[in-house]
Design a binder for this molecule. Structure first.
Ligand code: SF4
Length: 377
């Protein structure tokens, strides 16, 4: 059928959906493809974006999308697509994962906005798919209460509580990579390995260049008077999910996005959305952006945890120290002192976070206290 494009001045008289697709791809590469673009046919008024998405889902076009097609350039193109089209693509990934695993799937649900959107996307196609939530005991009360409003959610618990993880392995500070570097430095007797952790160099066992895993400015932490480790996530989150897989055989949908970090971006390029090999998981929203999440929530009038309206941008574990060295202004712990004083007191005094954060030169005094002291000077 011949479609004539309107609402898109660069593409006049394109005579097939295929040529429209080619034209849009080219335009996106040249960055002249605007968001919220509506392309309709002037004669039959069909929505060509939707038509295009439907075609992508057909066998031939899906192949175009899935095979060795995960480059940074393609990621940028997909990130620039309008939300309608992203939804279609995500639904296509969701179906592919479901079919490939005979329906033995679940949604990894944290109660945060990304996995809330993911759950809605999955259940709009397969309403019976369970959500799985790991109750680490470290979630904001607002998140736990929000999770309780959903049906068919399986609650998992880690075998070890957070205070025991801190005691046995150590505190999760700065980042996974740095905490691991410090922990390995302390636990090896090899002077060569210690040197590699601190300053990098050629690793004699692999004969390959190894970059330092502890940045210069954090070298002082190898002598810190408390344990440091990256093990926490493994014990508190990964192991319960692994056990769930062993017991149920179900594989996850995960609501992560390539734009979240360089690592995720790299993972998209290496493994795409549906990663069948190794750590098998589906990430059907990899090419979404933060704005898409909010747009989806707004458009569908989806409920979300009220923790976001209290000023939190991240909703993971309340007491996690990963990344808090980058926070400007009132940091997460100072905010916690204001919004969740009981939890603040518990983590600072009972779990020992005050001494750890002080050692890292991160201010945890409530902002009000600082203002009072300053005014009194
Ligand atoms: S996010 Fe932080 S506190 Fe939560 S499990 Fe991982 S390391 Fe532990």
């Amino acid at each position: 059928m011949r479609h004539i494009v309107s609402g898109y001045p660069e593409a006049q008289n394109l005579n097939s959906v295929w040529s429209v697709k080619m034209h849009i791809s080219l335009s996106m590469r040249k960055k002249i493809y605007p968001n919220n673009l509506v392309i309709t046919c002037r004669t039959c008024e069909v929505d060509l974006i939707t038509l295009l998405a439907t075609l992508f889902e057909s066998k031939n076009m899906t192949a175009d999308y899935t095979t060795a097609d995960y480059t940074l350039a393609k990621l940028k193109m997909r990130q620039a697509l309008p939300l309608d089209l992203k939804i279609k693509f995500s639904q296509s990934r969701i179906r592919e994962w479901y079919n490939a695993n005979g329906g033995e799937v679940y949604v990894s649900f944290s109660g945060g906005k990304d996995s809330t959107v993911l759950l809605d996307l999955v259940r709009s196609i397969y309403p019976h798919v369970p959500a799985v939530f790991v109750d680490t005991g470290l979630e904001y009360p607002e998140i736990r209460n929000f999770v309780k409003t959903f049906e068919n959610v399986i609650w998992l618990k880690p075998k070890m509580p957070f205070n025991k993880v801190l005691e046995k392995y150590g505190y999760p500070v700065l980042s996974k990579k740095i905490a691991m570097g410090i922990s390995r430095y302390r636990n090896t007797k090899s002077e060569v390995q210690k040197e590699l952790r601190l300053n990098g160099g050629i690793n004699p066992s692999s004969n390959k260049k190894q970059h330092r895993s502890i940045p210069l400015k954090y070298h002082y932490l190898v002598d810190a008077p408390f344990k440091i480790s990256e093990q926490c996530c493994d014990v508190m989150k990964k192991r319960p999910f692994k056990q769930y897989f062993k017991d149920s055989g179900k594989l996850p949908y995960i609501g992560v996005m390539a734009g979240d970090s360089k690592n995720r971006q790299q993972s998209y390029v290496q493994r795409g959305c549906n990663a069948f090999e190794g750590n098998a998981q589906s990430r059907p929203m990899m090419f979404w952006q933060e704005d898409d999440i909010w747009e989806y929530i707004k458009t569908k009038d989806l409920p979300y945890s009220k923790i976001y309206d209290m000023g939190e941008k991240r909703t993971g574990c309340m007491f996690c120290m990963f990344g808090c060295q980058f926070e400007k202004g009132e940091n997460r712990f100072q905010r916690m002192a204001r919004t969740h004083p009981a939890q603040y007191k518990y983590c600072m005094d009972k779990l020992g976070l005050r001494k750890v954060l002080k050692h890292l030169k991160i201010n945890v005094d409530p902002v009000e206290l600082q203002t009072t002291l300053f005014s009194g000077c």
